[in-house]
Write a protein that binds this ligand. Sequence first.
Ligand code: COA
Length: 185
Amino acid sequence: MSAIVLRPATPDDLPAITRIYADAVLNGTATFETVPPDEAEMGARMAAITAKGYPYIVAEDHHGAILGYAYANAFRTRPAYRWSVEDSVYIAPAAKGQGVGRRLLQRLLELCQEAGFRQMIAVIGGSDHAPSIRLHERCGFRTIGVFEASGFKFGRWIDTVLMQMPLGAGGASLPDEDAYPGTMN
Ligand SMILES: CC(C)(COP(=O)(O)OP(=O)(O)OC[C@H]1O[C@@H](n2cnc3c(N)ncnc32)[C@H](O)[C@@H]1OP(=O)(O)O)[C@@H](O)C(=O)NCCC(=O)NCCS
């Protein structure tokens, strides 16, 4: 797909982001939420993520339409996890399968590495969720493990697949505590 711009998300993108996420909540297992959050809630989440120093980006086509979005957030909130981030990537139904997810995830990896984070962890809903597993494999992630039957949605049990990608030196060197990019401590 040509002429896609990747840029930081702004509150103006919230209507599109809310629609894209609602489709994922209602029709897929990527998220274990079952009721789509409204625009105000999505705005509060975006503000909280960016205030902590994590990247939140959108992919926009040449008409200005939002094709998808991606962000990083704390993997877990306890301080010792602060160098590890979890990624989220969501693509509008009509834009899936055209490389937008890959471009967003690659950019998110770059931004998180440049910021100084050391690991990116993907928490994927469904051992059968080929698009997400393939996307992460193509971006260099490897599968770490599976929490079996850990979710229940659409009347069936769903595995949680964990995939991981080291950023920069990963665990091979100590982080520079003075250069921590976020606000979580
Ligand atoms: C998962 C998702 C983000 C992938 O984004 P996308 O833009 O459709 O994916 P891309 O076109 O960049 O494709 C990435 C890779 O996945 C593969 N892929 C995409 N859709 C696929 C499908 N339905 N089945 C199998 N592989 C698929 C592509 O072939 C590509 O691999 P390749 O380079 O080896 O060909 C998108 O489908 C989506 O938004 N799904 C719902 C939300 C979700 O699952 N988010 C991820 C959880 S954080």
